[in-house]
Structure formats: C-alpha cells, structure tokens
Ligand binder design. Structure first.
Ligand code: NAP
Ligand code: MG
Length: 400
C-alpha cells in the first residue's frame, strides 16, 4: 500500500513524561506506517523550553497561526518542585496559556464515547462539548479585606477625565471582604466567535448562559455581545445547518444539560466553565477519554488530550516497569489534527484515514481490549483484557 501523502504540514508540539513516550509510539505504530507524515516539529518538552527560554512555545504558536492546524502533547507546567527536578532557569508559564494567548483561542473539551463505558448520567448518549472563556472575571480580580467602619467603592476614571464612583458596601457592624473584577469586550467577542464557529464545525446546537438577572450590567454585556454576533455573523449559517442557539440563565442551562441527550455545545463563563468542565468530565468516566481543542476566532485549531503528562506512570516506566496508560485522548488529538488538515487541503484520503484510526481505537475497546483505567468502567458482554500501554497500541494497529 502506498502511504497517504500530505500537502501541508501539521504543527507538532512534543511534550513531557509518559505522554511523550506514548507520543512516539502512536506515531511509529499507528500513523507513520500509513501516512507520509509531514509535520513542523517543536519540542515543548520542559528541558527544551528551558534551553530556549520558552521561545519554542511562542514559535510553535506562531507556526500554528501560519499553518492553521496543530497537535500538542501534554506538557509540564512547572512549579517549585519541578524547578529543582529539572534544574530550571525560571518557572516557565503554562505552555497552554501561552498558545491560547497568542491564538486568542477558546478551549473546547469533549468526551470520547465507547460502547460499554456508560456515563453516570444515563440520558447522555452524545458528547457534551464544553467551552470555557479563559479570560478575566475572578481569575484576574483584585480583592481585599475590610474592617468595621470601612467603606468600599467601585471607581472608574474615564478617558475624558470624569470619574464615576459607586458604593459597594459600608462595613458598619462587621469587617468583611471586597473584590473587583473585569472582562474585556474584545475577549468576549473572540470567545463568542470561536464558540459559534465550532458549533457549526460540529453541526450541533449551542447554549450560552450567564446570571444576567443578578449581574445586570456585567453579565448583561456578555449576553448582548453574544446576541449581536449571532445575529450579524452566524444566524444565517445556523439556520441553514438546521441547528439552534439558545441564551438562557445558568440555572436553567444546568437543568437542560442534565436532562439532555448530549450533542450540545455549552459555552460557559470562566468560573462556570472551570467547575462544569470537571463535572462533565467526571460524569463521562475517565480523564484518559477526554479530548480538547483550542479554536481561534479566525479558525486555527490546536488539538490535544485534556489530561496531563501522567507523572505517576512515568516514574514507573523509568524504573523499567510496564504501565497501562490510556493513549486514546492523545490518539484522538492526532486524528483530530489530521482530519482537519485533510478537510482544509481537500485531502480525502487523510480524512478517511483519521476516521478509520478513530474507529479502530473504539472497536478495540468495544471488543474488550483496553488499558487499566477503563477496566472498572467497562460493562459489556465481552471478555475484558487489560493491556499495557504499548500492547494496546499494537492491538489497535491489528484492527487498523
Ligand atoms: P494527570 O497527568 O492528568 O494525571 C493524574 C492522574 O489521572 C494520573 O496519575 C492517573 O491516575 C490518571 N490519568 C490521567 N491521564 C491518564 C491516562 N491517559 N491514562 C491513565 N490514567 C490517567 O495530572 P497531574 O498528575 O495532576 O499532572 C501531571 C503533569 O501534567 C503536571 O506537571 C501538570 O502541569 C501537567 N498537566 C498538563 C496538562 C496539559 O498539558 N494540557 C494538563 C494537566 C496537567 P492513576 O495514577 O490513579 O493511574
Ligand atoms: Mg477546574
């Protein structure tokens, strides 16, 4: 069989620890035998980020802007302990944060569903795709404590020199706490565009929710911006695709989501998305089955697994023990990128290959061959075999 050709490269961002090992195996065992793989390679492994003073992360993000499609391996976000473990020059920022800032993108997380692994919510038959606005609100807030007798104000110095000042609270009988937060219209606009665009890509309806009955000005602005962008830029396309957009209160959204069959894109403000993405991921089963894609408002894509570098398994691997680490989300990061590359280039063979690899991966699990994390979640009338990390990939290759 001749290998499938690629016209344009995919931006490849290598990473750390156990996922770096899986990365190499996935390419060798599942992709390179069939595809004449063209990538522009960036090593985002922590040692190389340190050597380049994190320049490599910025270069990889810029390359993604240029080529439009990237695939990323999980990477370490250094903390104090990693500083000494890797003898780092600096506590480098999260690479995901850096790429997100440069692409001005929104992260969408969704579960990979396999028969035999049922979500805790029995009505959920299709994935719930969750979008989190990753800018502002309480995450960039300033806060302070107040004593009895204090007064706190919200003050805005306008560009024309005028000042508005509103009383937040007067602490007459007790001290307390106070917080000031913000968001930016341009960031909310980018968020809205990324969400509408991705719902169209997936051809699924979309819900956006805030608490605008309480935060009339603040959340009211989110609601208004979404409404304006929908009306002016996406309504016609949504109607043509036969999908809908609904704005509702966050309380109502939660109820609708739980009662739904899935197959919805749920756009959340920063805090709602932080909490709800963990809830949705847990309810669908395993971290190893959660994928993630960063979509920029102008349609650049970066695919990855939602989980981290699986450090605990890596230390076992270093001691020469076999691990049973789930590679499904990382495989789907690759198939997501190859499929999108194929779509953009009109390369049907590449699209078909990506879909076959996904199907082979799911068929392998559904026929009872899986990594250890899935064994306790799997309930079907087939014999279950727990495989180690590499054997699982070889089993998929057999089907492929
Ligand atoms: P993690 O790597 O997601 O792993 C946490 C635990 O979840 C693992 O110990 C394992 O449980 C289970 N798990 C996660 N993925 C799995 C998989 N594919 N197969 C089987 N089990 C899996 O999170 P972490 O240990 O908190 O973080 C490790 C490093 O990853 C950190 O340095 C962090 O900065 C980084 N991180 C990166 C990203 C990213 O690049 N997107 C995201 C999150 C974290 P058991 O040990 O019980 O088997
Ligand atoms: Mg969270």
């Amino acid at each position: 069989m001749a290998k499938i050709a690629m016209n344009t490269p995919v931006v490849e961002m290598d990473g750390d620890e156990m996922t770096r090992i899986l990365w190499k195996w996935i390419k060798e065992i599942l992709i390179e035998p069939y595809v004449d793989l063209k990538t522009e390679y960036y090593d985002l492994g922590l040692p190389h980020r340190d050597e380049t003073n994190d320049r490599v992360t910025v270069d990889a993000a810029e390359a993604t802007k240029k080529y439009g499609v990237a695939v990323k391996c999980a990477t370490i976000t250094p903390n104090k302990q990693r500083m000494s473990e890797y003898n780092l020059h600096e506590m480098w920022k999260s690479p995901n944060g850096t790429v997100r800032r440069i692409l001005d993108g929104t992260v969408f997380r969704s579960p990979i569903l396999a028969k035999g692994i049922s979500p805790y919510v029995p009505t959920w038959k299709e994935p719930i795709v969750l979008a989190r606005h990753a800018y502002g609100d309480i995450y960039n807030a300033v806060d302070d404590t107040c004593e009895v007798g204090d007064k706190a104000y919200l003050t805005v110095e306008h560009a024309d020199g005028t000042v508005t000042k509103k009383l937040i609270a007067e602490f007459k009988t007790s001290g307390g706490v106070v917080q000031g937060m913000h968001n930016r219209a341009d960031s909310i606009r980018s968020f809205a565009r990324s969400c509408f665009r991705y719902a169209l890509d997936l051809n699924i309806p979309m819900i956006f929710a805030t608490k605008d009955t309480i935060a009339k000005i603040y959340d009211g602005e989110f609601k208004a911006i979404f409404a304006e962008i929908y009306e002016n830029e996406f309504k016609a396309a949504f109607e043509k695709a036969g999908i809908w957009y609904l704005y509702t209160l966050i309380d109502d959204a939660v109820a609708r989501i739980v009662r739904s069959e899935g197959g919805i894109l749920w756009a959340c403000k920063n805090y709602d998305g932080d909490v709800m993405s963990d809830m949705v991921a847990t309810a669908y089963g395993s971290l190893g089955m959660m994928k993630s894609v960063l979509v920029s408002p102008d349609g650049k894509y970066e695919f990855e697994a939602a989980h981290g570098t699986v450090t605990r398994h890596y230390y076992k691997y270093l001691e020469g023990q076999t691990t049973s680490t789930n590679s499904v989300a990382t495989i789907f990061a690759w198939t997501g990128a190859l499929e999108k590359r194929g779509e953009l280039d009109g390369n049907e063979e590449l699209v078909a290959f990506a879909r076959k690899l996904e199907r082979a991966t799911l068929d392998t699990i559904e026929s009872g061959y899986m990594t250890g994390d899935l064994v306790p979640l799997f309930h079907a009338d087939v014999e279950v075999h727990k495989l180690d990390s590499e054997a699982f990939l070889r089993k998929i290759a057999e089907r492929l």
